[in-house]
Design a protein around this ligand. Structure first.
Ligand SMILES: O=P(O)(O)OC[C@H]1O[C@H](OP(=O)(O)OP(=O)(O)O)[C@H](O)[C@@H]1O
Ligand SMILES: Nc1ncnc2[nH]cnc12
Length: 124
């Protein structure tokens, strides 16, 4: 599969001028969850972690209603982060077609919180 790529930012450790956009060649956008804060107009989604709360942000205009997205993160534990990313995208009318993580911690049952949303993992 080939994707058009952008970045959803998570947390406030660093600043970035804009979402990374790598390719523009097809119908699915990739949102990579990363520890960046977006500059400019954003929409946010707060969520619960195992300890405390956090939020993810996305540029207004990073996606258009009706687009399709793949959300990628390094790890799924409780699933809160991926659920927040899905909510953020769905709030602006984007269809999240799949999530993908490098590592899954199955004991924390994050997969269950995704409902019927497909989740691809490399290591579980
Ligand atoms: O499924 P969840 O319970 O939401 O956990 C998964 C999240 O936990 C880690 O981030 P963390 O908040 O530890 O910070 P990091 O991004 O700095 O690694 C990881 O990068 C995921 O984003
Ligand atoms: N249980 C966990 N182990 C390692 N990294 C994590 N990030 C969020 N939850 C985690």
């Amino acid at each position: 599969m080939v994707y058009d790529t952008a970045t959803v930012a998570k947390k406030s450790k660093y600043a970035s001028a804009q979402a990374h956009k790598f390719q523009d060649i097809n119908p699915v956008k990739i949102f990579i969850l990363s520890s960046l804060v977006q500059l400019g107009a954003v929409i946010s989604q707060e969520y619960s972690l195992e300890y405390g709360t956090d939020k993810i942000e996305m540029h207004v205009g990073a996606v258009q209603e009706g687009e399709r997205a793949l959300v990628i993160d390094d790890l799924i534990a409780t699933g809160g982060t991926l659920c927040a990313a899905i909510s953020l995208l769905e709030r602006v009318g984007v269809k999240v077609v799949e999530c993908a993580c490098v590592i899954e911690l199955p004991d924390l049952k994050g997969r269950d919180r995704l409902g019927d949303k497909p989740l691809f993992v490399l290591v579980s």
